[in-house]
Design a protein around this ligand. Structure first.
Ligand SMILES: Nc1nc2c(ncn2[C@@H]2O[C@H](COP(=O)(O)OP(=O)(O)O)[C@@H](O)[C@H]2O)c(=O)[nH]1
Ligand SMILES: [Mg+2]
Length: 195
């Protein structure tokens, strides 16, 4: 994939604002603070195309980035506790609306923090993706924060913590070291070639 012309296209706060799509889309989903913006920046070779935040919960919009014939779609991070019930409802409607919409959703990258047991929201997302038949892979983020033994322990634990774990492609990733970024690009290249 050629990232030279990657650019921010638009942000939407409500599902009904999202226009019809004219290209395949790769959506990125995950808990707030899991490292989604950092991953998108790394993937697109930019320092700050997608905003990186030390304060979780900042990205409450759905953001589109145009890249080489497809869109990268940054879904709002879920699971942030310190927001109102109303805000949570708006996020849920935005995410569900988008994922249920009749669009050319090529693949979802579901991000999970490599260090921790997936949250109830993570499992709900994974169940939803499986039930909806949406193709997805899991990205295990912040891999640089684990030692070899810790990685082995988490890999083993995920096999029981994540439904259908043995059938799901899992990519170990670090925005710090760049580990896994070529694998992600390879997956996008494979899927766009098939489209
Ligand atoms: N060590 C390390 N920190 C990361 C990595 N990815 C993100 N972070 C940090 O985690 C925090 C949240 O990152 P961000 O990309 O804004 O997460 P988002 O809320 O999912 O978009 C920031 O402080 C990042 O610097 C990573 O691969 N390794
Ligand atoms: Mg973000």
């Amino acid at each position: 994939m050629n990232t030279n012309n990657a650019e921010f296209t638009a942000s939407y706060g409500l599902f009904k604002q999202i226009p019809r799509s004219d290209r395949p889309e790769f959506a990125f989903s995950g808990h707030s603070n899991v490292g989604k913006s950092s991953l998108i920046n790394k993937l697109l070779n930019r320092k700050a195309l997608a905003r990186v935040s030390a304060t979780p919960g900042k990205t409450s919009t759905i953001n589109f980035f145009s890249v080489d014939g497809f869109y990268i779609v940054d879904l709002p991070g879920y699971g942030y506790a310190k927001v109102s019930q109303n805000e949570k409802k708006r996020w849920a409607e935005l995410i569900e609306g988008y994922l249920h919409d009749d669009r050319d959703l090529a693949l979802v990258f579901q991000l999970i923090d490599f260090r921790h047991k997936p949250t109830a929201d993570d499992i709900m997302m994974i169940d939803f993706l499986i039930d909806s038949g949406i193709p997805f892979v899991i990205v295990l983020t912040k891999a640089d924060k684990l030692k070899k033994k810790e990685r082995e322990a988490r890999r083993e634990a995920f096999r029981t913590e994540i439904p259908c774990a043995d059938d799901i492609t899992m990519i170990e990733f670090s925005a710090e070291t760049g580990e896994g970024v070529e694998e992600l690009r390879g997956i996008i290249d494979d899927v766009t070639r098939e489209e």
